[in-house]
Design a protein around this ligand. Sequence first.
Ligand SMILES: Cc1cc2nc3c(=O)[nH]c(=O)nc-3n(C[C@H](O)[C@H](O)[C@H](O)COP(=O)(O)OP(=O)(O)OC[C@H]3O[C@@H](n4cnc5c(N)ncnc54)[C@H](O)[C@@H]3O)c2cc1C
Length: 438
Amino acid sequence: MFMLQFGTGVQGGCPTYRNVLNIMKEFNLETSPVHLTVSFGKGKTAWTNYAPSELTERLQKDIERFEKLLKFINKFEAIFIFLPIAKVLKWYGFSEDFCNYMVFPLTALFFGTGNQVPYVSSAIMARVFLDDDLRLFDYDSKRLLSQTPEMFAFPKLEDMYKTILDNCGLQFHGNRSVSKVIRGHGKVTVSDQSGKVEQFDEIIFACDAETALKVLDNPTFMERNALGNVRYFNDLIITHEDEDYMNKYYELHKAVDQYFIHTDQNDPEKLEMSFNLANYQPHLKGKNRNIYQTIYLNDHLRSIWTEKELDPDKILLRRWWRQFAHSWHHYAFVVPLVKYIQGKQNTWYCGAYTLINTHEIAVISGLAAAHRLGAPYPFPKDRLAVKQFDQYLLVIHGHSRVPGLNKTSLLSYVMAPFMLVFAGLSLIVNFFYKAFFA
Ligand SMILES: Cc1cc2nc3c(=O)[nH]c(=O)nc-3n(C[C@H](O)[C@H](O)[C@H](O)COP(=O)(O)OP(=O)(O)OC[C@H]3O[C@@H](n4cnc5c(N)ncnc54)[C@H](O)[C@@H]3O)c2cc1C
């Protein structure tokens, strides 16, 4: 007998997570290297990133054309950021099989919350392949993916954050969820769920946008829009050892694959994701058990979920998550407004929802809020870490890290009027979108 430990939620990252990795280094936390392996589809629609397949041969022409399209999208990112990937693929005449069995599963792998893959912004998808600093895979014009890039797995996250909290000299109150925040007279008054009230000079919200909006007394017009437009979805994650289920819905190569995607046969835009945790979580190494995790996306689609087919005796854990999705709405109606809620009435916002749903962005967003309150940025010597931080600070705070006359501060002044126009347009378009389409 042994205690089985496994992580749910955040599992790992790529070497470009420089801010996360630097923080881990500061606290002597180790990562475990893994090579990413994926298995999408089943039977005739099966493909992987480590072997040729019938599907990739059949869709060869689409794969070749898609690379050219991604380059085009990347060139005109400012426009394509508002255009969902499914629409763009349709306009450019890609086959349904290519969209349903190759592009959507891949999109789900990168951004997979809420079964919103058709609506993911096409510009964000292009970045995953073409951004020199951030890309995960080199595009293969024959097989789309043909590399198993090196990633890293986190240690157990609970232990990791406990180590950080124990060693960074701050006071942490884990059991005091915030229930009300009142701003006024240059102070912030915060009540917790037990009714205890305390006063602060500033507040940084590091929770989800829904909670921030719920607890804020008298939110501003911009806060109601920026926070209120984040769309959340409920996903169910079941950790299990049901190999029959895995074999029924996936092409299961037990010793190799980490990520799996199953496409619904009746509605191929809808997907289910699974993982074999034993193939990458360090705490499961040497245990000789395959521990699977299946994610059922968006509870509004519960009628198509196949969770009931799981053998109840083989279920280890059921857990609900509420996550936002990278739909084009997010980049049209949320991100352009976040700059205008930062620092107003002694209130700051961080969290992955302010830009992209990754652990790295969540961490950068926290460092940015701290920086605006006077904390020096801790990793100025790491080229990629500082580049990502500066870009975030510019877009989400409209600020330069280094004061005085320099390239980024000039850029922030030049961008300011454009950002304002953009935010105004975002509000107007959203008004009409809600009136006629929502
Ligand atoms: C299943 C799954 C797998 C994922 N895997 C990965 C991965 O492998 N790699 C990766 O980079 N990203 C991954 N992500 C995305 C990643 O989890 C998020 O980007 C990241 O956790 C966002 O961090 P955050 O700080 O913005 O929000 P959260 O991590 O959601 O933190 C918000 C915090 O606010 C707290 N809170 C809420 N309400 C209150 C309140 N009233 N008072 C006080 N505190 C409150 C919550 O308890 C929580 O701790 C995954 C997401 C999911 C759902």
